[in-house]
Design a protein around this ligand. Structure first.
Ligand code: PLP
Length: 500
C-alpha cells in the first residue's frame, strides 16, 4: 500500500504539466475553493523547526497513507498476534536517534495495522462493531491537523459551536428543551461515569448530606458493565432491579426498592442493552424515579442511535423526561473512535459537579459554553467534529435511512433464524441485536464454529450468555452488511456442522 505515497517534496495539490493547455475557466467548485484555501495556507508554511528539522516527509507519508486508507476496502482476516511475535518482527522502534518516518510508516502499514481487527468489516457482527462514514473518517484527520483545544469556548469557539449543533440535533431527537446541553467525551464508560458523578453531586446538594450507608444507584442486571464500574469509582452501591419476563427494567419493579432504600439517588435505564438490544420501559422508570427524587440516566451508548429512526422512536417514549443520556456515535452513528455524546436535560447540575477551579483557570468566562465543565475532563479533542462533518455532508435523513437499514437487517436475519430447522431465536429483536442458539451444541462446539468463521474471514460472531445459557449474538450497526450474506453463512455452516 505504501506505493501510493508520492514524493513528499511535491505539493499536496497536483500542478499541471509544463506543456499542458491552459485550463478552461469554469465556476469554482466547493472543492476548488477548499484547495485554494489550502494552497493559500501553504504560503504561510512553517519554517523547519530547529528541534525537529524538516518534517515534510513525515507529514506527507502519514497524510497520503491516511488519504489512501480511508477508501480502502476492509480486510476481515487481519487479526491480533502475540506481543512476542510482534516484538520479533518489529524490533525496537523507540531509539535515541529515531528510526525515521519511512520505516515507522512501513512497520505500521505492513505489520502493526494487520495485527488489528477491522471493526468496520461488513461481516464483523461481534460485540458492537463500527461503521463510520468515509466523510467522518476523513474529517478525523482534519480534526487532528486543526488541533483545537476543545475544553473552553475561548479556545475552541468555532469548533465547539459545530459540535453543539450536533448535540442540539440529538437533544431534539430526545425531545429535550432549548437549554439542554452536552459534551462529547471519549466513550460510553466515561459518559456514564460523568453523568452518574453529576447525579450523585446533585443529590448531595439537594439533600444536604450523604445518607447513612452512602449513596446507591439502581439498575437492572442487564445494564452495561461500565455502570457497575462507575458505581465502584464513585463509591456507590448497586441495587439490582429484577427485569420483566421480556427483559425490561420497569417502574413497577423499581417502585418498592426506591420506597425502601433512600440511598438510591440515581436510576440507570438502558436505551438498548448491549447483549440483546432491549430498551427499558423508560416512561414508567422516569415517572417512578422522579416521584422518589432520583435522577434518571439513560445509557443509549449502543441503542440511542435508533432515536434517529422515526420507526424506532416510539420504543424510547418517556426519554423526554430523563435527566441525562449518552450515545456513542462510534457505535451506531457512523463516526470513528472515540466519541460519546453526553447530554443533560438541565446542564446546571453537571457544571456544578464538574467545573474545575484553579488560579490559572479563573479567567475562563463561565457564562460561555465550556465543554470541560460538563464531564470529568479538562483538555479535550473536538471529537464531535467528524460526526458534525458527516451529518452536514449527508443530512439527517441519510442517518435515519442508515439506522433503518440495520434494523431491517436484524429483522430479516431474525426471521430466517426463526424459520431455520437448526437454530432457535431467543428473543424478538427490539433494535439491531439478534440472539439465538444452536440446540444441542456444547460450549466447545460454539467456540469451534465461531473461531473457524473468524479465521476464514467469513463472519465474526462470538458466543455470549443469554438467560444463563450459552448463545450466539449478531449486532447490526453497519448499513453495508448484507443480511442475505449473513443468512447464507448461517444456513451453510450450521448445516455443515450438523453433519459433523
Ligand atoms: C450500553 C453500553 N454502555 C456503555 C458502553 C461502554 O462504552 P465504551 O466502550 O465506549 O466505553 C457500552 C459498550 O459497548 C455499551 O454497549
Amino acid at each position: 500500500m505504501l506505493d501510493v505515497i508520492q514524493d513528499p517534496a511535491q505539493p499536496l495539490t497536483p500542478s499541471p504539466a509544463p506543456d499542458a493547455p491552459a485550463p478552461q475557466s469554469t465556476a469554482p467548485t466547493a472543492e476548488d475553493s477548499a484547495f485554494s484555501r489550502a494552497a493559500d495556507a501553504l504560503q504561510r508554511h512553517r519554517e523547519p523547526s530547529e528541534v525537529w528539522g524538516d518534517e515534510r516527509e513525515a507529514v506527507s507519508l502519514a497524510l497520503r497513507w491516511a488519504a489512501a486508507h480511508t477508501t480502502v476496502a476492509t480486510d476481515p482476516k487481519t487479526t491480533a498476534r502475540s506481543a512476542e511475535e510482534l516484538q520479533a518482527e518489529v524490533g525496537a522502534t523507540i531509539t535515541e536517534d529515531g528510526i525515521g518516518a519511512a520505516r515507522a510508516m512501513e512497520l505500521f502499514d505492513e505489520v502493526l495495522l494487520p495485527a488489528t481487527r477491522s471493526s468496520e468489516d461488513p461481516m464483523n457482527l461481534a460485540y458492537i462493531p463500527a461503521a463510520p462514514t468515509r466523510a467522518a473518517v476523513a474529517f478525523d484527520t482534519v480534526v487532528s491537523a486543526a488541533n483545537v483545544f476543545g475544553g473552553i469556548w475561548e479556545n475552541g469557539a468555532g469548533a465547539i459551536f459545530a459540535e453543539n449543533q450536533v448535540l442540539r440535533w440529538l437533544a431534539d431527537l430526545l425531545g429535550w428543551p432549548a437549554d439542554a446541553a452536552g459534551v462529547f467525551v471519549s466513550g460510553g464508560t466515561q459518559g456514564n461515569l460523568s453523568a452518574l458523578a453529576t447525579a450523585r453531586d446533585h443529590a448531595l446538594r439537594e439533600r444536604g448530606r450523604r445518607p447513612g450507608g452512602g449513596w446507591a444507584l439502581a439498575c437492572a442486571s442487564t445494564a452495561h458493565s461500565s455502570v457497575a464500574s462507575a458505581a465502584r469509582l464513585l463509591d456507590m452501591d448497586v441495587v439490582t432491579v429484577p427485569v420483566d419476563d421480556r427483559g425490561h427494567l420497569t417502574g413497577a419493579a423499581l417502585e418498592p426498592l426506591l420506597a425502601e432504600d433512600p440511598r438510591i439517588c440515581a436510576v440507570v435505564a438502558s436505551g438498548g442493552t448491549t447483549n440483546a438490544g432491549i430498551v427499558d420501559d423508560l416512561a414508567s422508570v422516569v415517572e417512578v424515579a422522579h416521584r422518589h427524587g432520583a435522577w434518571v440516566h439513560v445509557d443509549g451508548a449502543y441503542g440511542g442511535a435508533a432515536l434517529a429512526s422515526p420507526s424506532a422512536r416510539e420504543r424510547f417514549a418517556g426519554i423526554e423526561q430523563a435527566d441525562s443520556f449518552i450515545v456513542d456515535p462510534h457505535k451506531w452513528l457512523f463516526a470513528p473512535y472515540d466519541c460519546c455524546a453526553l447530554l443533560y436535560r438541565d446542564a446546571r447540575p453537571a457544571a456544578a459537579a464538574h467545573s474545575q477551579h484553579a488560579a490559572y483557570l479563573d479567567s475562563i468566562d463561565r457564562g460561555e459554553s465550556n465543554p470541560s465543565d460538563l464531564a470529568a475532563h479538562l483538555t479535550r479533542r473536538t471529537r464531535g467534529l467528524p460526526l458534525w462533518y458527516s451529518l452536514a455532508t449527508h443530512g439527517t435523513a441519510a442517518y435515519a435511512a442508515a439506522v433503518d437499514r440495520c434494523l431491517d437487517s436484524a429483522r430479516a436475519v431474525a426471521e430466517a433464524i426463526r424459520a431455520s430447522e437448526h437454530l432457535e431465536l431467543l428473543v424478538e429483536p427490539e433494535l439491531s441485536v439478534v440472539v439465538f442458539r444452536r440446540p444441542g451444541w456444547t460450549p466447545a462446539a460454539y467456540r469451534r464454529w465461531s473461531q473457524r468463521l473468524a479465521k476464514d474471514g467469513t463472519m465474526l460472531c462470538v458466543p455470549t450468555a443469554f438467560r444463563g445459557e450459552i448463545a450466539l449474538r449478531l449486532a447490526f450497526v453497519n448499513p453495508a452488511t448484507d443480511p442475505w450474506a449473513v443468512i447464507a453463512v448461517l444456513e451453510e455452516t450450521m448445516r455443515e456442522a450438523d453433519g459433523s
